[in-house]
Design a protein around this ligand. Structure first.
Ligand SMILES: NC(=O)c1ccc[n+]([C@@H]2O[C@H](COP(=O)([O-])OP(=O)(O)OC[C@H]3O[C@@H](n4cnc5c(N)ncnc54)[C@H](O)[C@@H]3O)[C@@H](O)[C@H]2O)c1
Length: 271
């Protein structure tokens, strides 16, 4: 079964008047998130360590660009100043920047430290930095990008899945301690999504990527970043006012499927 992806960027106005920070907005995925939030009415500040990709993405999306490093507290402080001086408020934080640096069982201490720093500690530091501004407005939504990798073992990968599992847990902790400030915190766990890494590994072959992904996604294909962005936009909006502390699967049914996949296993006994 292969359902058609929805790439709609038609404006819903659900984020009208809101200001969002999207970290790691320089590649396909982050840019799609920025574009969707803007289409839904938000003003967006992209923060990206790669100046070239970040400024190009911001230009294409109609976002503002801050060239910064989410592992650097001084850089985070300047990002907040720059966002406040542009628009006077912060309503939405999307923690999307990530590191995939992971050599599984052979990973070095430096790889552990750096990857966990980008994927977990930076999300916590950014949340702490936006909290007073969200508290001041009496509203706020933080969305942490987690992954299907948070819940399953994947061969050759130790650090990245652990970082995403920790981020699912951090989401619950944040949601609990920020609830009194009327800040909601949720995570979104994509399955395989058409992104810079898929584009590069498949040499731009989307059809091949869909074929490889088909056996372990009920939708029979990878997701589009715009489809995940729509879930993020919903969680960012007041429509999700009752939703906090939750991990949202945006994974084409990957996490619903067991080891038997979507094929009958019993007949194998009779063969
Ligand atoms: N691609 C997928 O299929 C997939 C699946 C599940 C989850 N995710 C999650 O979605 C998010 C986006 O994934 P992606 O594949 O587009 O990743 P990506 O590597 O293409 O993009 C991440 C961006 O973060 C930026 N970045 C890294 N370190 C930074 C730093 N210190 N400061 C500022 N920016 C920094 C990078 O330059 C890059 O542009 C990640 O959180 C990832 O874990 C992706």
């Amino acid at each position: 079964m292969s359902s058609e992806p929805s790439k709609s960027n038609s404006s819903s106005g659900s984020l009208s008047g809101k200001v969002a920070i999207v970290t790691g907005g320089g590649t396909l995925f982050g840019a799609a998130v920025a574009k969707t939030l803007i289409a839904d009415g938000a003003k967006v500040m992209i923060v990206e360590i790669n100046a070239e990709s970040g400024s190009a993405a911001a230009k294409e999306c109609g976002a503002n660009f801050f060239h910064g490093d989410v592992t650097d507290d001084a850089s985070i402080a300047k990002l907040i100043d720059s966002t406040i001086s542009a628009w006077g408020r912060i309503d939405i934080l999307v923690n999307l920047a990530c590191s995939y640096d992971d050599s599984g069982a052979e990973s070095t201490r430096a790889q552990w430290t750096n990857t966990l720093n980008v994927n977990i500690s930076s999300a916590a530091m950014l949340a702490a930095a936006v909290r007073p501004y969200m508290k001041r407005e009496g509203t706020g939504s933080i969305i942490n990008l987690t992954s299907i990798s948070s819940a399953v073992a994947q061969t050759g990968r130790w650090i990245y899945p652990v970082s995403k599992a920790a981020l699912v847990q951090l989401t619950r902790n944040m949601a609990m301690d920020y609830a009194g400030d009327k800040i909601r915190v949720n995570s979104v766990s994509p399955g395989w999504t058409w992104s810079a890494i898929m584009d590069s590994l498949s040499k731009g072959d989307r059809a091949k990527t869909d074929r490889v992904a088909a056996p372990f996604h009920l939708t029979g294909r990878v997701g589009d970043p715009e489809e995940v962005a729509n879930v993020i936009s919903f969680l960012a909006s007041d429509k999700a006012s009752v939703v906090t502390g939750a991990d949202w699967a945006a994974d084409g049914g990957y996490s619903a499927m067991g080891p038997e996949q979507a094929v009958p296993a019993i007949p194998l006994l009779e063969a």
